[in-house]
Design a protein around this ligand. Structure first.
Ligand code: DAH
Length: 359
C-alpha cells in the first residue's frame, strides 16, 4: 500500500544513488532506474497509486509528482556538473594510463638458430641456405643412399611428384595426370653438402640451417616439418680430433661451459666412422632419470667423417681430402635447453608459451 512514508523512502533511496554516481554512464543508469517509462520507480509508483483509497489519491498524487520533479531537477543539475568536468572534444586526457605497446619478439626457434649461427660464424664458418624442394639425387643418392636404401622409404619421405614426360599434366576433367616421384621435400639438410661441394673447391667450412620435412604424424616429439643445422668441414688434414673439438666447443657454448660431451659410435651412410653426440642429461645432471632413460646422456646430434663415396660423387679426391659433417635438430636443442616436453608447443603460437623465452 502506497503512503507518504513510502514516497519518502523512495526519495531517500534516490538521494543515496545520486550521491554515489560520478560518471555520465552511471547517471544514465540512475535516470532509467527512477524515470524509465517502463519499470522506472516513478512509473511504478504512479501505477500503484491507482489502487490507493480514492480519498487519499489526490494528496499522494501530488507528493509523487513533486518527487518526480525533484528527481528530474537533481539529475539535470548533476548532468550539467558532470559535463563541465568532461574534457573539451579532441583534448587528450593526460591522466589516462598509456596503452601498452605490443612489441614483437623473435620466436625461440629463431633465437636458437641465430645463436647457433653466431657460434659457428665466430669459428669462421659460412652460413648458407639451400632449397627445401630437393631431388632424389641430392637428398639420397649422392649421400651414399642407393635406390634400395631404407631411408628412401615412402613412409618417411614426402614426395612431390613430377609429371611423366609426354603425358598431360592434367586430364580433360582437370585431374592431375600421372606423376613420377622425382622431387621431394628434403628430409634433412645434408643435400646441401652435395650442392655446395659440387660448386666449390676445398677448403669448405659451412653451416646450413633450414626446414626439413618428414612423413611423421604429430606427437610429443614429432612434427612433419622441423629445423636442422647441417655442418660440413673439408680440407687436407681434417681428422676426427677436429670433429670432436669443434662439436665439444659448440655444445659448451650453446648449453653451458661445463657441459659433458660423449661421442658414441653410430651409423650414417654418408659418414665413416659415424658418431652420435650426447650431452650430460640437463634434467638429472648424470645419475639417470626418465628423460635420459636412466642413461645420464641425451643424444643431441649426428656426425661423422665424410664418406669417400660422397667425395667421389662431387668429384673431390678422397685420397687428398678429408672432412667431417654433422646435423643437429633445432627443436631438439630447444626442448633440451628449455625443458619443453611437447614439440607441438613451438608451432601453436600461444603467446603464454612463447613469452617465457629469452628473445
Ligand atoms: N642427416 C641426419 C639426420 O637427418 C643428421 C646427420 C647425421 C647429418 C650425420 C650429418 C651427419 O651431416 O654427418 O638425422
Amino acid at each position: 500500500m502506497i503512503d507518504a512514508a513510502e514516497i519518502d523512502r523512495l526519495r531517500a533511496e534516490f538521494l543515496r544513488d545520486l550521491s554515489r554516481l560520478d560518471s555520465e554512464p552511471e547517471l544514465r543508469l540512475v535516470r532509467d532506474r527512477y524515470l524509465g517509462r517502463k519499470g522506472g520507480a516513478i512509473a511504478s509508483l504512479m501505477k500503484a497509486l491507482a489502487a490507493a483509497p480514492a480519498g487519499e489519491r489526490p494528496a499522494l498524487g501530488q507528493l509523487a509528482n513533486q518527487l518526480k520533479h525533484e528527481i528530474e531537477e537533481q539529475l539535470t543539475a548533476r548532468r550539467v556538473a558532470l559535463e563541465a568536468t568532461r574534457p573539451p572534444a579532441g583534448a587528450v586526457d593526460i591522466s589516462l594510463p598509456g596503452r601498452p605497446v605490443g612489441l614483437g619478439r623473435r620466436h625461440p626457434l629463431t633465437v636458437l638458430r641465430d645463436a647457433i649461427e653466431s657460434i659457428f660464424a665466430r669459428m669462421g664458418y659460412q652460413v648458407l641456405e639451400g632449397p627445401e624442394i630437393e631431388d632424389d639425387y641430392h637428398n639420397f643418392e649422392a649421400l651414399n643412399m642407393p635406390a634400395d636404401h631404407p631411408a628412401r622409404d615412402m613412409q618417411d619421405t614426402l614426395y612431390l611428384g613430377e609429371p611423366v614426360p609426354g603425358q598431360p599434366a592434367r586430364d580433360r576433367a582437370g585431374r592431375p595426370g600421372p606423376v613420377r616421384p622425382a622431387t621431394l621435400l628434403r628430409t634433412h639438410t645434408s643435400p646441401m653438402q652435395i650442392r655446395y661441394m659440387e660448386s666449390h673447391e676445398p677448403p669448405v667450412r659451412i653451416i646450413v640451417p633450414g626446414r626439413v620435412y618428414r612423413r611423421d604424424n604429430l606427437d610429443l616429439t614429432h612434427t612433419p616439418m622441423f629445423n636442422q643445422v647441417e655442418g660440413l668441414v673439408v680440407g687436407e688434414q681434417i681428422t676426427m680430433a677436429d670433429l670432436k673439438g669443434t662439436l665439444t666447443t659448440f655444445l659448451r657454448e650453446l648449453f653451458d661451459e661445463r657441459t659433458r660431451v660423449l661421442f658414441r659410435p653410430s651409423f650414417f651412410p654418408y659418414t665413416e666412422p659415424s658418431a652420435e653426440v650426447c650431452i650430460g642429461c640437463v634434467f638429472c645432471g648424470g645419475p639417470g632419470c626418465p628423460v635420459c632413460k636412466r642413461t645420464g646422456w641425451l643424444e643431441i646430434l649426428g656426425s661423422g667423417m665424410v664418406h669417400p663415396a660422397v667425395f667421389e660423387a662431387v668429384g673431390y679426391d678422397p685420397e687428398r681430402y678429408s672432412g667431417f659433417a654433422f646435423g643437429v635438430g633445432i627443436e631438439r636443442v630447444a626442448m633440451l635447453k628449455y625443458g619443453v616436453d611437447d614439440i607441438r608447443l613451438f608451432y601453436e603460437n600461444d603467446l603464454r608459451f612463447l613469452e617465457q623465452f629469452p628473445y
